[in-house]
Write a protein that binds this ligand. Structure first.
Ligand SMILES: Nc1nc2c(c(=O)[nH]1)N[C@H]1C(S)=C(S)[C@@H](COP(=O)(O)OP(=O)(O)OC[C@H]3O[C@@H](n4cnc5c(=O)[nH]c(N)nc54)[C@H](O)[C@@H]3O)O[C@H]1N2
Ligand SMILES: Nc1nc2c(c(=O)[nH]1)N[C@H]1C(S)=C(S)[C@@H](COP(=O)(O)OP(=O)(O)OC[C@H]3O[C@@H](n4cnc5c(=O)[nH]c(N)nc54)[C@H](O)[C@@H]3O)O[C@H]1N2
Ligand code: SF4
Ligand SMILES: [Mo]
Length: 880
C-alpha cells in the first residue's frame, strides 16, 4: 500500500505492508518528493503504530461515553454558548496534522454554520509570517517553487532552516546537488549540522535577518545586479523599497557589524548571490518565528523579485512547511485570517462561499489568532474550545499561562489519538481520532503537492476520522444536510469544487479533481496544484504574472528592527528554541519509539563555553534556565557551535516526559503584529547551575510518575524493554530516603541491596520469580554506572547467576562499557565507536558505514558523522 509520511512537510511517499498491527515501511521509489528515501523518523513509523496509550473511546470527564452522548454534549454546549454569548464565544484550535478533508469540515462548520472565524491552526506558530509575506508580495499565499528547483539551483541559501535535522530527505537531495557543484549558504546563529555541511555559514546575531537581506538588496543595486527588465514589466514597489534602504548605512562593513559576522564572509555571500541566477532561498522557523517574521519573509522575497529569480527553473524564494499538511490548512481556511480557498473576508468572497455552502450565515471578519485565542480563553471570553490534533499546553508560548487558560475554560473538547497528553488533562470531553496508518485522505506538502494518506490498519476501538467527528457534531447541532458526507472522497470533491467555484483568477484551483470517482480518489497520484486538465503545475509565476489586481508582484519596504524584547543585564542571554533530529514536537508519537529517543534522550541546553565558564557550568551539569515567564532545568551541553550570548533549548519535552525540561513556560508570547506568529526564537534569559546534591535512576517495565511532594528534576527515557527514569534533587538524606520509599512502594519482596550511607549510595534490584522488576540507584556523590546493560536485562527473562551477581555493580561481567551519545539511531551506534573507526583509518562516510554500520540506513546521521570526520581531518569534510 502506498501512503504519505505523517511527519514533516517534505511529504515523503511510503510503501508499507501491514500484518495485523505490525507494519513494515519503506520509501516509495515512485513518489516525486523522496524517490524512495526516508529519514530516521519515517523509517521508525512501524514502532509508533501500537495501541499502547491510544485513546480508543470517547470520554466525558473520566468516564467512557458513547459517541452519541459525547457528540450530543459537544453540540449542546456549543449551541448554548452561541445562544447566550454569540458565535464568537466558541473557538476551534486545529492543526497541520489534520488531513485536508478534516480541515475543510472544521472550517465549514465554524465559518459557515456557527458564523465565527474563531478557528485557527497551530500553523499560526509556524507558517503565518510566510503566509502574510506571500499575500503582500504575490497577492495570495502562493509558494512559487518546487523540489526540482533544489536540484537545479547553483546556489541554495538556507535562512533559519536546519534542514539536516528537520527536512532530512530534502537535505539528502541537497547533499547530492552539492556533490555536483551546488553551493550552500546557511544563515543561522547556531552552527547546525546544516551549517556545518555548507560552503559558507553566516552565524548572524539573533534577529538581524532583515538587516542582512536589506544589505544584500542594496549591494545588488550598487552592483547593477538587479533585473531592470523584470522589474519594469512585472514588479511594483521598487522605488519605495530603495528609499527605505537609503535610511540606513547599507555598506557591507556596517551590515556585517550589525549582523555580527565577518565582513569577508558577508561579501562572499553578496558576490555569490549576485553571480548566481539559479538561486533558491529556503526560509523556515528562524525567519517565521519572529516578531518581525513578515519583514524577514518580505526582505527575502524583495531580493528575488528585484533580481527576477522567481518562476524560473532553479530560482525562487522557498518557504518550507513544517507539518505534513500545513499547506492544506492554508488552502482550506484553517487560519482565522482567511475565509476559505485563498479567499478572504471581502463582501464578494463571503457571498460566494456562503452560496456555495448553502450556509445560514458566514463569518464577517477574521477571528482570533492562536495566541489571542488562548488569551481570550483565559479572560473568559471563550466559553467552549475544541482542540484537534495539537498539544497547545506544550507548544504555545508562555505555556504556564496557556495552562491557566485551559484550566479556567468552562468547556474544553480535545480530539486526539492519544489518551493522555498535557492538553487532554484539561479536557471535559475527549474524542478518539484515527491515527496515521488508519486515516484516509489527502495532505499537501511544501511544493503544493497533494498526496494520499491511505489506511493500512483497521480502525482501533471506536476511533473515528477527524472529519467525521466534526460532521457528527455539526449534524447534532442541526446542520446535517450540509455535513452528510459518507466518505473522505465526498469531502475532497466538495473541497475541490469550492476551489473552482466562480474562480476566474485564483491560482489555487483543483477543478479537475472535483469529479474524481471514488476509485480515482483512492488511486490518486501525487499532483501539484493548480491542477488543470493537463495535470499539475510545478512552478508558479512562470509568465511573470502574480495574483495581485494588476498582475504585478510587489516589493515592500522593510526596516530592520531588533528583537521584540532585547536582552538586558538581568537576562543577558538570547534563548533560542527549536527541534532535534529524531523527535517530533510533543513526543506523543516519536516518544513511543525507543530508537528515536537515543539521539537526544533528555532535555538539554546548548551553551557556548565562554558563557558557561564564568557561571561554573560544566558539560553534563544540570542547569537552570530562567526567563521573565518561567524556568526550566536541562543538562548543559557546552559547544562552540552556539553563538556566544545565545542558548538553545529544544521544544519537545512535556509534563509526561520531563516536567522540569519544558521549553515553553519560558518563552514570551510576543508576536509579529501582522502575522500573529510568536517569537519562539528569542526570549531574554539567564542560566545558572542547578547544583543537585544527589542523583538517581529507576528502571521499571512501565512509566512511573515522579513521587509527589518532592521537588525533583525528573526525566523519563523509553528503552526497548523498559522505561528509564533519571532524577536529581537538591535535598538531604531525608529527601533521598523519601524518594527511595516512594519508588520502592509495591515492588516485589525479593530484593538485592547495596548501601553505603556514609557516601549516600544506595543500589536496589527487585526481582519476582527471578525476573527483574525494578532497579533503583541513588548516589549523593560520584558517578552512577551506565544504564544500558541493566535496561537490556528487562528483555531477558530469568536472570542467570552471573547477571545477578553483577546487578548491583551495574555492568555486564567481562563486557566493555558502551558510553557516549548515540549518533546513528537506526543501528544504535555511539560516538566513541565511530571515533574509533576513524582512528582506525576510516576516511569517509562509506568507510565509517562499512566499519560500524552507522549512516548505512536512513542517512539522517550522515551530517553528524561528517562532522566527526572533519574534526579529525579537515580535508575529508569536502569529500563527505
Ligand atoms: N526532527 C524534526 N523535524 C521536524 C519537526 C520536528 O519536530 N522534528 N517539525 C516540523 C515542523 S512543524 C517545522 S515548523 C519544521 C521547522 O524546521 P526548522 O525551521 O529547520 O527548525 P527549527 O529548529 O525550529 O529552527 C530552525 C533554525 O532557526 C534558527 N534561528 C533562530 N533564531 C534565528 C534568527 O534570528 N535568524 C535566523 N536566520 N535563524 C534563526 C535556529 O537556530 C534553528 O537552527 O521542522 C519540521 N520537521
Ligand atoms: N518553543 C517552541 N515552541 C514551538 C515551536 C518552536 O520552534 N519552539 N514550534 C511551533 C511549531 S512550528 C509547531 S508546528 C507546533 C507543533 O506543536 P503541536 O501541534 O502541539 O505538537 P504535536 O506533538 O505535533 O501535537 C499533535 C497532537 O495531535 C495528536 N495527533 C496526531 N495525529 C492526530 C490525528 O490524526 N488526529 C488527531 N485528532 N490528533 C492527532 C498527537 O497525539 C498530539 O497530541 O509547535 C510550536 N511550538
Ligand atoms: S523527511 Fe522524514 S519526517 Fe519528513 S516526510 Fe520524509 S520521512 Fe517523513
Ligand atoms: Mo511547524
Amino acid at each position: 500500500m502506498r501512503t504519505t509520511c505523517p511527519y514533516c512537510g517534505v511529504g515523503c511517499g511510503i510503501s508499507a505492508e501491514a500484518e495485523g498491527r505490525a507494519l513494515s515501511v519503506a520509501g516509495d521509489p515512485a513518489h516525486p518528493a523522496n524517490l524512495g528515501r526516508l529519514c530516521s523518523k519515517g523509517s521508525a513509523l512501524g514502532a509508533t503504530v501500537g495501541l499502547e496509550g491510544r485513546l480508543l473511546h470517547p470520554t466525558i470527564g473520566d468516564r467512557p461515553a458513547t459517541w452519541a452522548e459525547a457528540t450530543g454534549l459537544v453540540a449542546r454546549r456549543l449551541r448554548e454558548a452561541i445562544a447566550r454569548h454569540g458565535p464568537d464565544s466558541v473557538a476551534f484550535y486545529v492543526s497541520g496534522q489534520l488531513l485536508t478533508e478534516d480541515y475543510y469540515a472544521a472550517n465549514k462548520l465554524m465559518k459557515g454554520f456557527i458564523g465565527s472565524a474563531n478557528i485557527d491552526t497551530n500553523s499560526r506558530l509556524c507558517m503565518a509570517s510566510a503566509v502574510v509575506a506571500h499575500k503582500l508580495a504575490f497577492g495570495a499565499d502562493l509558494v512559487p517553487g518546487c523540489y526540482e528547483d533544489l536540484d537545479l539551483a547553483d546556489l541554495v541559501v538556507l535562512s533559519g532552516h536546519n534542514a539536516a535535522w528537520t527536512h532530512p530527505v530534502l537535505f539528502r537531495r541537497l547533499e547530492a546537488a552539492r556533490a555536483r557543484g551546488q553551493r550552500h549558504v546557511v544563515i543561522d546563529p547556531r552552527r547546525t549540522d546544516t551549517a556545518e555541511a555548507a560552503d559558507l555559514h553566516l552565524p548572524i546575531a539573533p534577529q538581524t535577518d532583515v538587516r542582512l537581506w536589506n544589505g544584500l538588496l542594496a549591494d545588488l543595486i550598487r552592483r547593477g545586479a538587479i533585473d531592470l527588465a523584470f522589474l519594469s514589466a512585472h514588479v511594483g514597489g521598487f522605488a519605495e523599497t530603495e528609499a527605505e534602504l537609503a535610511r540606513a548605512d547599507q555598506s557591507p562593513a556596517a551590515v556585517a557589524a550589525d549582523c555580527g559576522v565577518p565582513l569577508a564572509d558577508l561579501e562572499r555571500f553578496f558576490r555569490w548571490f549576485a553571480a548566481t541566477p539559479r538561486t533558491v532561498s529556503l526560509f523556515s522557523m528562524g525567519a517565521n518565528q519572529s516578531a518581525q517574521g513578515v519583514a524577514k519573509g518580505l526582505a527575502i522575497l524583495n531580493v528575488h523579485l528585484a533580481t527576477g529569480r522567481i518562476g524560473k527553473p532553479g530560482a525562487c524564494p522557498f518557504s518550507i512547511t513544517g507539518q505534513p499538511n500545513a499547506m492544506g490548512g492554508r488552502e482550506t481556511g484553517g487560519m482565522a485570517t482567511t475565509l476559505a480557498a485563498h479567499m478572504d473576508f471581502e463582501e464578494a468572497a463571503r457571498a460566494r462561499v456562503r452560496r456555495f455552502w448553502g450556509a445560514p450565515t458566514i463569518a464577517e471578519r477574521p477571528g482570533l489568532r492562536a495566541v489571542e485565542m488562548f488569551e481570550a480563553v483565559r479572560e473568559g471570553r471563550i466559553k467552549a474550545l475544541w482542540i484537534m490534533a495539537t498539544n497547545p499546553a506544550v507548544s504555545l508560548p508562555d505555556a504556564g499561562r496557556v495552562r491557566e487558560a485551559l484550566a479556567a475554560c468552562p468547556f474544553v473538547v480535545v480530539s486526539d489519538v492519544m489518551a493522555a497528553t498535557d492538553t487532554s488533562a484539561f479536557a471535559h470531553v475527549r474524542l478518539p481520532a484515527l491515527a496515521w496508518g488508519e486515516k484516509d485522505g489527502t495532505v499537501t506538502n511544501s511544493e503544493r503537492r497533494i498526496s494520499r494518506q491511505r489506511p493500512l490498519l483497521p480502525p482501533p476501538g471506536e476511533a473515528r476520522a477527524d472529519w467525521r467527528i466534526v460532521a457528527d457534531v455539526a449534524t447534532a447541532m442541526g446542520f446535517g444536510e450540509a455535513f452528510g458526507w459518507r466518505t473522505p472522497a465526498q469531502v475532497f470533491r466538495e473541497w475541490a469544487r469550492l476551489t473552482a467555484y466562480d474562480n476566474p483568477d485564483r491560482v489555487l484551483n483543483l477543478g479537475p479533481l472535483a469529479a474524481l470517482t471514488p476509485e480515482a480518489y483512492d488511486a490518486l497520484e501525487p499532483v501539484q496544484w493548480p491542477v488543470t486538465a493537463a495535470g499539475g503545475a510545478p512552478r508558479l509565476f512562470t509568465d511573470g504574472r502574480f495574483q495581485t489586481p494588476d498582475g504585478r508582484g510587489r516589493m515592500h519596504p522593510v526596516a530592520a528592527e531588533g528583537p521584540a524584547e532585547p536582552v538586558d543585564p538581568g537576562y543577558p542571554l538570547a534563548l533560542n528554541t527549536g527541534r532535534v533530529r529524531d523527535h517530533w514536537h510533543t513526543l506523543t508519537r516519536t516518544g513511543l519509539a525507543p530508537e528515536l529517543c537515543r539521539h537526544a534522550p533528555e532535555p538539554y541546553v546548548e551553551i557556548h563555553p565562554a558563557d558557561a565558564a564564568p557561571l561554573g557550568i560544566a558539560e553534563g551539569a544540570l542547569t537552570r534556565i530562567v526567563t521573565r515567564q518561567g524556568e526550566a532545568v536541562a543538562t548543559a551541553r557546552l559547544s562552540d557551535r552556539q553563538r556566544p550570548g545565545s542558548v538553545f533549548l529544544p521544544m519537545h519535552w512535556t509534563q509526561a516526559f520531563a516536567p522540569a525540561g519544558r521549553a515553553n513556560p519560558l518563552v514570551a508570547a510576543r508576536t509579529d503584529p501582522r502575522s500573529g506568529q510568536p517569537e519562539f526564537k528569542h526570549t531574554p534569559a539567564r542560566v545558572r547551575p542547578y547544583r543537585e546534591t544527589w542523583r538517581g535512576f529507576l528502571l521499571a517495565p512501565a512509566a512511573v510518575e515522579p513521587p509527589r511532594g518532592c521537588d525533583l528534576v525528573w526525566r523519563r527515557i523509553p528503552q526497548p524493554a523498559c522505561q528509564l527514569h533519571e532524577f536529581a534533587g537538591r535535598g538531604d538524606g531525608a529527601e533521598r530516603e523519601a524518594v527511595r520509599r516512594a519508588l520502592a512502594r509495591g515492588a516485589p519482596a525479593e530484593v538485592l541491596r547495596f548501601e553505603d550511607p556514609a557516601a549516600g549510595v544506595l543500589r536496589e534490584a527487585f526481582l519476582a520469580e527471578g525476573r527483574l522488576e525494578r532497579v533503583l540507584f541513588l548516589a549523593a556523590a560520584g558517578e552512577l554506572p551506565p544504564r544500558d546493560w541493566l535496561a537490556e536485562l528487562f528483555a531477558g527473562g530469568v536472570l542467570d547467576p552471573l547477571q545477578r551477581a553483577a546487578l548491583l555493580v551495574g555492568r555486564a561481567p567481562g563486557r566493555a562499557v558502551e558510553a557516549g551519545p548515540v549518533v546513528c539511531a537506526c543501528r544504535g551506534v555511539r560516538q566513541p565507536r565511530i571515533e574509533a573507526a576513524i582512528a582506525d583509518g576510516a576516511r569517509d562516510l562509506d568507510a565509517v558505514a562499512g566499519a560500524t554500520g552507522a549512516g548505512a540506513s536512513c542517512g539522517s546521521c550522515r551530517p553528524e558523522i561528517a562532522r566527526l570526520l572533519s574534526a579529525t581531518s579537515p580535508q575529508v569534510r569536502h569529500a563527505a
